[in-house]
Write a protein that binds this ligand. Structure first.
Ligand code: SF4
Length: 507
């Protein structure tokens, strides 16, 4: 019996149900001496979030990207039968604390008292709702019993704790976090557009590093992120590119963490694809925010439909509904406006966030919009949309081992969807922490077909304009990423250039 359970008084004959005792709170007085750990998104996001937390007065530190050693630690201290991201994320925290103890010589008591971990929580139908319990179990078994995990959800309780809360979840906190996530999205998207076509290897990463400094400094000092991104624009525009390389475009979809991480959790998928000569079409985290707002609106609509004719009309009820609707509309608009403002400032042109209503309507016939867990219907909608709009040559769905929603979607529903929509190749891959070689070889096979599609689009475009592929006077670069006509960026570049020049003399 754990000390959590012992906190419950059990009468004779009663069952001693498991009970999680309240943790020691994180108080305002502790802020100055407490290190605030967090992590789990991309490197760009994590490092920018560190700056915004520091601006808000926290001694924040982003954890390193979760690697295979973190996964092994998660396996060692976690429960059996968890989904793969649980092992990576829980193991990453435990591994970090063990290193603090064993390498830096801090005692376990010191770590428990001077460090806290901040993470998002949910009460969804999948294992995400159990993460915090997993963290606590693994931390206890690793010798850090009592280590505090702060969640978004729990945060409400903290906020009600009498004004002595260490974690202050106010508008400043949330707006700061949203701005940071969106800025990270914009810089990441630019990186994935530029890196495959850069003429000088490593230039994009070097410039992104500079941009991270510029935006991070602005966040740290509470200055305008838009202005900081404007400063990044000329740096990014100076990256020399050669767009005349027909590369397969690969859209990465799937479970949120597995498709977002850039570490071993998905076998460093994005970098692997780029090394294999592909261009990645990543999913910004902003999409998740838009989906969350859409879900809240959909739930509200359903609630109203369910109550119609059963509950008497009240002005108070009407006011509550209108208010919620307006707030959700504002949240949706604020996310989109912030994204497009930042995108314009940094030079991310011709990028469109998905229309959540459209994704819901096209996926509805295959996956109910009411099903929650993972990405819900969004994953199905993204595959259909990639086909409809011919957005990619290959769609890769990243499914973590042991993931309940992804098993239903990637293995089940998407098989039917990909059999019906055949414009793009579809490949679901399972991330289990090992068997990287298997995954890589399956991707290489799918990439072969995707490459053929990209090359044939490029050749068709050359033919259309009567161009020879070896013409040296064809411009390799343009000031901006080309507008989309087909999926292949090299072909789009030709369309952009030819549209601009109208007719190019035949060579
Ligand atoms: S969506 Fe899947 S991988 Fe992600 S937390 Fe839920 S069960 Fe785990």
């Amino acid at each position: 019996m754990s000390d959590n359970q012992s906190a419950v008084a059990v009468m004779p004959g009663q069952i001693a149900h498991w009970y999680e005792a309240p943790r020691k709170p994180f108080t305002y007085a502790e802020r100055a001496k407490t290190v605030f750990l967090f992590g789990g998104l991309t490197q760009m996001h994590d490092q920018l979030i560190e700056s915004v937390f520091q601006h808000l007065g926290y001694r924040a530190r982003a954890l390193p990207q979760a690697d295979n050693a973190a996964y092994q630690t998660g396996k060692e201290y976690g429960n059996r039968g968890q989904c793969n991201p649980t092992y990576f994320t829980v193991g990453n925290l435990v591994k970090y604390l063990i290193e603090l103890r064993d390498r830096e010589g801090l005692s376990s008591e010191q770590i428990v008292s001077d460090y806290v971990f901040f993470t998002a929580g949910a009460c969804g139908p999948c294992r995400f709702g159990m993460y915090v319990t997993e963290y606590r179990k693994a931390l206890r078994d690793a010798g850090f019993d009592g280590f505090r995990i702060l969640q978004f959800q729990n945060a409400v309780d903290f906020a009600q704790g009498g004004g002595d809360d260490g974690l202050i979840l106010n508008r400043r906190f949330f707006f700061g976090l949203i701005k940071t996530v969106v800025a990270g999205d914009v810089l990441n998207l630019l990186g994935y557009r530029l890196r495959p076509y850069e003429r000088q290897a490593g230039q994009t990463d070097a410039v992104l590093g500079q941009c991270r400094q510029v935006v991070g400094q602005a966040l740290l000092n509470g200055q305008s992120v838009t202005r900081a991104l404007r400063q990044c624009r000329p740096l990014l525009a100076a990256i020399e590119v050669n767009y005349l390389q027909p590369k397969p475009k690969v859209a990465i979809i799937g479970e949120f963490w597995a498709m977002t991480t850039e570490g071993d959790g998905n076998y460093r998928l994005q970098r692997f694809l780029e090394q294999e000569g592909a261009e990645c079409d990543i999913q910004p985290i902003t999409n998740w925010g838009l989906y969350t707002v859409w879900v809240a609106r959909h739930n509200l609509d359903q609630q109203i439909a369910g109550q119609r004719g059963r509950q008497p009309f009240t002005w108070r009820g009407l006011w509550a509904t209108v208010r919620t609707r307006v707030l959700l509309r504002i949240a949706d608009m604020a996310l989109k406006t912030t994204f497009y403002r930042f995108a314009r400032a940094a030079g991310l042109v011709r990028y469109q966030l998905p229309d959540m209503n459209h994704l819901a309507s096209i996926s509805h016939a295959h996956y109910r919009n009411e099903l929650r867990g993972g990405e819900g219907h969004m994953e199905v909608g993204k595959l259909i949309e990639a086909n409809e709009k011919h957005k990619a040559h290959l769609v890769l769905s990243v499914k973590p081992f042991g993931c309940m929603p992804s098993s239903a979607v990637s293995d089940g529903v998407q098989s039917a969807v990909s059999a019906r929509f055949t414009q793009v190749e579809f490949l679901p891959i399972e991330t289990s922490g090992d068997s990287a070689v298997n995954v890589y070889s399956r991707i290489q096979m799918a990439l072969h077909k995707a490459r053929q599609r990209a090359e044939s689009e490029y050749r068709a475009t050359l033919d259309r304009f009567g161009l020879a592929s070896d013409r040296e006077d064809l411009p390799h670069a343009s000031r901006q990423y080309p507008a989309k006509t087909v999926a292949c960026t090299a072909a789009n570049h030709l369309y952009s250039v030819m549209g601009w020049r109208r007719v190019l003399p035949k060579g």
